[in-house]
Design a protein around this ligand. Structure first.
Ligand code: DON
Length: 586
């Protein structure tokens, strides 16, 4: 069980000495080779490109502890993938509402001049059934897919990190886990925002899960230690990533689930992260490399950007975020969400027509339907290819580039804050509630207000549709932007807005992040969501209402972490809405 102390005299966190990290690395190799989770083929030694192509490595990460971790990894000679994996494990300790080993996510990579995409999304357990969240009358039972054992899908994060680091990392596996283990063992000082998130989550979990047994100690100023999580991470470090799926950790997960949830040891043994082709498109002189299905985000982002470009004459002269501007973007968004609802799901269950959905002629024709004179809601927007959802917080994103020109854009999630609220006893980590990203009943909205048809229903082994959109932009074969954010169905509309701020309005990164963001999706109709960071009030509110929109406040509109590369200089920038940190390592 974790312990925490409100002790003003607590020793500050001291990073692990590099010499020790190196020693641990060497030891791991020996243990891993002797252990039972040895990969079929040992990782090939990789030689980095001979010389640095950037002035520095850099990260944009959601907390300061993970920035310190990146610093250690780069100092030890690690590349962007080593840093990304170390950051992910660190956030599982220091950012436990979203950073995770009990969830899943996506990693977009650019390594040695080639793009890659790793899908480590959670999957439905084998015992899951299409109607598992419906009552006798066929209606979704509120909260059932969000809280407690039955909300949990098979976690993918550890296998994802194991795959990425084995394929592309330069350091030893144990080296990249060392900083996370240190934070779990010695603790870290809790900041006020984390206390608030834990208090908020504990209300929805009260009496339903064991959440507070583990996380009640998240008090601002306290040093929070997680000895059981430290042991779990140490087992994974010693025995390799498959320990989580086949070793003691798998036993702890499955015995806790037994009789309560659907997740079994067989589900864990069968879980494998998947390398997929990223979705790519040319836009505005850049090559976009982004998330394919089971994310809807990459396709959505490309559709948004291309339709906006097609509508250049209509946008000409409009001020950013004026009512006329918002009105045009909202119509584009209606079309994107109509397609998302109809066509997007797990590509291993359905053929998702990605090429058709991002086809230039198709998007030009869809953009043609958008007009400044449209009365919101007057013409129902249908999916555009003929016959053929919301999510909720909490997710996190980080962006990494190294001086050799490699990049990692990683978004991963527990779905809700602290996921299902179920913490694995004696292992110390929260399990996701990703099952809510399926459609419990076709046409019924999820927590993010988005819905799907049959294409995203529950089936054993299927991956729920996601909006996560870790993205990399290339210019002339070199990394130019690394970007992503949490926010459920707001993810790709947020990235779209920051990218347009950067490239259409020429804003510097900090301003592009700080500018007002809004959100609109097909459902509920005619609704523009505003964010607390930049409420829509006064004249603009009046104009939008005059056009026929309803204005709705929402708690959250993303926490974008991005790095722009100008020439050979990386410029990281963290969203002022969150506690993120941009850092450069020379
Ligand atoms: O995969 C998805 O799209 C969602 N589970 C992400 C949830 C999310 O971003 C919540 N964060 N604020």
């Amino acid at each position: 069980m974790p312990d925490s102390t409100h002790d003003a005299h607590c020793a500050p966190f001291v990073p692990l000495p590099l010499a020790l990290i190196r020693r641990l690395g060497a030891a791991t190799l020996v243990v891993a080779l002797a252990g039972s989770f040895v990969p079929a083929a040992p990782a090939l030694a990789r030689t980095p490109p001979p010389k640095a192509v950037l002035d520095a490595s850099a990260v944009a990460v959601p907390d300061r502890y993970s920035a310190d971790t990146a610093q250690q990894i780069f100092a030890a000679g690690g590349n962007a993938v080593d840093a990304a994996v170390a950051i992910a494990f660190t956030l599982a300790v220091t950012y436990p509402d979203a950073g995770n080993i009990g969830g899943g996510g996506f990693m977009t990579l650019y390594v040695d001049g080639k793009p890659y995409f790793l899908d480590y999304r959670e999957r439905a357990p084998q015992q899951a059934t299409r109607d598992m969240y419906l009552d006798d009358k066929g209606n979704p039972v509120p909260g059932m897919s969000l809280v407690g054992f039955r909300a949990v899908a098979v976690p993918g994060t550890v296998d994802g990190m194991w795959e990425a680091q084995r394929r592309f990392g330069k350091l030893k596996w144990k080296q990249v886990l060392a900083p996370a283990i240190k934070y779990a063992t010695d603790g870290f000082v809790v900041e006020p925002w984390l206390q608030k998130r834990a208090e908020y989550a504990s209300k929805s979990f009260a009496g339903k899960t064991n959440f507070s047994v583990y996380f009640a100690g998240l008090k601002a100023g306290a040093t929070f230690r997680q000895p059981e999580l430290a042991q779990t991470l140490s087992r994974i470090a010693s025995d390799g990533g498959r320990e989580f799926y086949e070793g003691k950790t798998a036993d702890l997960i499955s015995s806790q689930m037994y009789g309560h949830g659907l997740l079994s040891k067989t589900d864990l043994v069968q879980y494998k992260a998947v390398w997929r082709q990223p979705v790519t498109a040319d836009w505005n002189g850049y090559r976009i490399v982004t998330a394919p299905p089971p994310s809807s985000g990459g396709v959505g982002l490309i559709q948004l950007l291309k339709m906006k470009a097609d509508l250049k004459p209509a946008f000409a002269g409009l001020d950013l975020n004026s009512s006329a501007y918002i009105h045009l973007v909202a119509q584009i968004e209606d079309r994107v969400f109509a397609d998302r609802q109809q066509y997007m799901g797990d590509p291993d269950s359905y053929h998702v027509p990605v090429d058709k959905l991002i086809d230039d002629a198709y998007l030009a024709q869809r953009a043609d339907e958008v007009t400044p004179d449209e009365v919101p809601g007057a013409t129902p927007v249908k999916p555009g290819l003929g016959d053929s959802m919301p999510e909720r917080a909490e997710t996190t994103h980080f962006s990494v580039v190294d001086k050799w020109g490699n990049a990692v854009s990683n978004t991963y999630t527990l779905n809700g804050p602290f996921g299902s609220g179920v913490v694995v006893d004696n292992a110390g980590f929260a399990l996701n509630d990703e099952m809510d990203d399926f459609v419990a009943k076709a046409g019924t909205p999820n927590q993010f207000g988005v819905t799907s048809g049959d294409v995203n229903t529950i089936a054993p082994g299927r991956r729920p549709l996601s909006s996560m959109t870790p993205t990399i932009l290339l210019k002339d074969g070199k990394v130019s932007l690394v970007i992503g954010t949490p926010g459920g169905s707001r993810i790709f509309t947020s990235i779209f807005q920051v990218m347009t701020n950067l490239y259409d309005f020429g804003m510097p990164p900090a301003d592009a992040l700080a500018a007002m963001r809004f959100h609109h999706q097909l459902l509920p109709p005619k609704t523009i969501y505003w964010e607390p960071y930049h409420p829509i009030t006064g004249e603009l509110a009046g104009q939008l209402k005059g056009l026929g929109y309803t204005l709705e406040g929402q708690k959250f509109n993303g926490d974008v972490q991005m790095i722009r590369v100008e020439g050979t200089t990386p410029e990281p920038a963290a969203d002022p809405r969150g506690a993120g940190v941009g850092r450069v390592f020379h």
